[in-house]
Design a protein around this ligand. Structure first.
Ligand code: ZN
Length: 206
């Protein structure tokens, strides 16, 4: 990931970031004049593209597809930039999340970090995070998002595999994204039975 800074960001963009980090609000490109402002904007666009590819264009917390036009996405600071300004442009501290997870549920919270005061020197240690870190851990090892459409009915659910997965589930209130229209439509018939029926069908239909 260090290579990203050295090979993808231009010297002008890196200089603009260094300059911005000396200011009170480094992430706010609007508070700078050109050419700093322009270089920060292009650097941010490159950061977004880089992380978007890393998480397969899915929110790093809820795993919903960010290719869905109705879901807005933004760069996500795992350690909130408002709490650690020096990490505003740290590529390792960044990922991509939907606005719902980023703004509504995570915000400036720091209770997913162990010993927040000393996190900066230990940023790459997975043991310092109570959630699966998007740049250290594999999401699916901790939490599985299951989403299935059966005809016109939809089911979305999460399976917590580890304590970190469980923490993330509660942290960004993934329970509120769960829907089960299939069970409701079938008068309580088990979803697993419907799923089994679905998987018995040949791909492409009969
Ligand atoms: Zn999300």
């Amino acid at each position: 990931m260090r290579d990203f800074v050295e090979t993808v960001l231009s010297q002008s963009e890196r200089d603009a970031i260094d300059f911005a980090l000396t200011a009170g609000n480094p992430w706010s490109h609007e508070s700078f004049e050109d050419p700093i402002k322009g270089n920060l904007l292009t650097a941010k666009a490159k950061i977004k593209d880089f992380h978007s590819a890393r998480v397969s264009k899915k929110c790093c917390y809820c795993r919903r597809s960010l290719e869905d036009a109705s879901i807005e996405s933004d760069r996500e600071h795992i350690v909130p930039k408002g709490k650690k300004k020096s990490l505003s442009y740290n590529i390792f501290n960044l990922s991509i999340a939907c606005k719902r997870c980023n703004m509504t549920y995570k915000g400036e919270k720091i209770n997913h970090i162990v010993n927040f005061e000393t996190i900066e020197a230990d940023l790459r240690n997975s043991g310092r995070y109570l959630i699966p870190h998007p740049n250290i851990e594999v999401y699916d090892d901790h939490l599985l998002r299951i989403s299935l459409q059966f005809g016109s009915k939809q089911i979305t659910s999460y399976r917590c595999i580890t304590d970190k997965g469980r923490f993330l589930y509660d942290f960004v209130r993934l329970d509120r994204l769960c829907v089960n229209e299939i069970d409701e439509a079938q008068g309580g018939e088990k979803v697993s039975e419907i799923a089994a029926e679905l998987f018995d069908l040949p791909i492409g239909g009969v």
